[in-house]
Design a protein around this ligand. Structure first.
Ligand SMILES: Cc1cc2nc3c(=O)[nH]c(=O)nc-3n(C[C@H](O)[C@H](O)[C@H](O)COP(=O)(O)OP(=O)(O)OC[C@H]3O[C@@H](n4cnc5c(N)ncnc54)[C@H](O)[C@@H]3O)c2cc1C
Length: 362
């Protein structure tokens, strides 16, 4: 049994910030991640991040993880290639390193920063080789240097669909079109404009109807949608592609939290089922905190600040200096308020409002 004061599950921006903050407040931290390197989604992001300088805007995602480990780094034990596979209400977690090294962890508190998983779409042929999620395409291309194919249909014009389309072009892959069911492009227009300049059509109010092929994807059928989201008869067209890439949203990874008895609630604005938590990101299990996309799908900037907030709150619970922890908590809460201000933050604000008073009322 491995004992630690604080266990952090997930080494993306939220988990790294949480671990660094708690460790800098004198807490002994064990951070585990199933990946082979730290950074979560960041290790695939070759583009310069948007947002504010305080949150590393203008820095390429792949360069951000090392900036997140500051004062606390020496007090953190990192265990990579390690998946937490069980979490029980008696504060015991089970984990697997590599293929066969099982062990138990007994922390006094835990922060879950497990991120989000990709949503999928139902259509004929969606099980053909060549149909990928955008995360898989990024992993193949940007981590392993392997092209997914030669000509891609991208489904979804949010930030992920647009950015991955551009990265495909940079890697020499053709993008036949980006289809988006909504009437407008969801991603930042600065990225969409780059695609438009490269001649890639972004077809709003369009969807995929089917992927076709014998052994693998050879083509995809798309069609226009009317104001009621119904296919416009006669608008079908078949595009010759060998890859269909789905970028249709993310869902928080809450399975382990549910197993531990944490209450969840369905909040579509935050990506689906999310853990109910208080303003310190503490769940209905008083020893478990959450941070980042697992608490609601947002952006790396919010994930980092939530990590600092949860790290300080957990450290305070574990006996760290109260004044120092409170100072970080207050700064992080103000920073989150600023990040979620204005029209861009409206969706997240309304989602979080649905969780207010959550622990008591869930
Ligand atoms: C294409 C793309 C472009 C983006 N561009 C931007 C941008 O420009 N600006 C911005 O602010 N944000 C951007 N984002 C969003 C940003 O990457 C995410 O919001 C952020 O990474 C979320 O951080 P996280 O730490 O919550 O989760 P993640 O980064 O997903 O990290 C979760 C970690 O948990 C680990 N994990 C999960 N389950 C387990 C388990 N059971 N055991 C052990 N480890 C586990 C995973 O291996 C992973 O390392 C982009 C995302 C994508 C996909």
């Amino acid at each position: 049994m491995v004992k630690t004061q604080l266990l952090v599950v997930g080494g993306g921006p939220a988990g790294l910030a949480a671990a660094d903050t708690a460790a800098s407040l004198g807490i002994q931290v064990l951070l585990v991640d199933e990946g082979r390197s730290l950074g979560g989604q960041l290790v695939k992001q070759t583009h310069k991040f948007f947002g504010s300088g305080e949150h590393h805007a203008g820095v390429r995602g792949i360069d951000i993880p090392q900036l997140l480990l500051k004062e606390g780094q020496d007090k953190i034990t990192f265990k990579l290639n390690t998946t937490v596979i069980g979490c029980y209400q008696d504060r015991v977690l089970t984990a697997l390193t590599g293929e066969d090294e099982y062990f138990k962890i007994s922390p006094q508190a835990a922060i879950f920063a497990t991120g989000a998983s990709e949503k999928f779409l139902a259509f004929p042929g969606n099980d053909l080789p060549g149909v990928y999620g955008a995360g898989a395409v990024q992993t193949l291309m940007n981590q392993y240097g392997v092209l997914p194919g030669n000509r891609v249909l991208m489904v979804g014009a949010g930030n992920i669909g647009i950015i991955v389309s551009y990265q495909l072009l940079q890697a020499g892959v053709q993008v036949a079109a980006v289809v988006e069911a909504a009437p407008q492009i969801g991603g930042y227009l600065v990225h969409a404009s780059k695609l438009a300049r490269a001649g890639v059509p972004i077809l709003t109010r369009h969807t995929i109807l089917a992927a076709r092929g014998k052994e693998a994807v050879e083509s995809a059928v798309i069609a226009r949608l009317d104001d009621n989201w119904q296919v416009v008869p006669g608008s079908q067209q078949e595009l010759e592609v060998d890859v269909v890439c789905l970028a249709v949203g993310l869902s928080p990874v809450v399975d382990l939290l549910r197993q531990a008895g944490c209450r969840t609630r369905y909040v579509p604005e935050l990506g689906g089922d999310v853990p109910v938590r208080d303003s310190l990101l503490r769940t209905s299990q008083e020893w478990i905190y959450v941070a980042g996309d697992v608490a609601g799908v947002e952006e790396a900037s919010a994930a980092m600040v939530e990590g600092r907030l949860a790290g300080a709150a957990a450290a305070k619970q574990l006996g760290a200096d109260v004044a120092a922890a409170d100072e970080i908590i207050a700064r992080s809460q103000a920073s989150l308020k600023a990040l979620r201000g204005g029209p861009v933050g409206e969706k997240i604000r309304s989602g979080i409002a649905k969780l207010e008073g959550g622990i008591a009322n869930a």
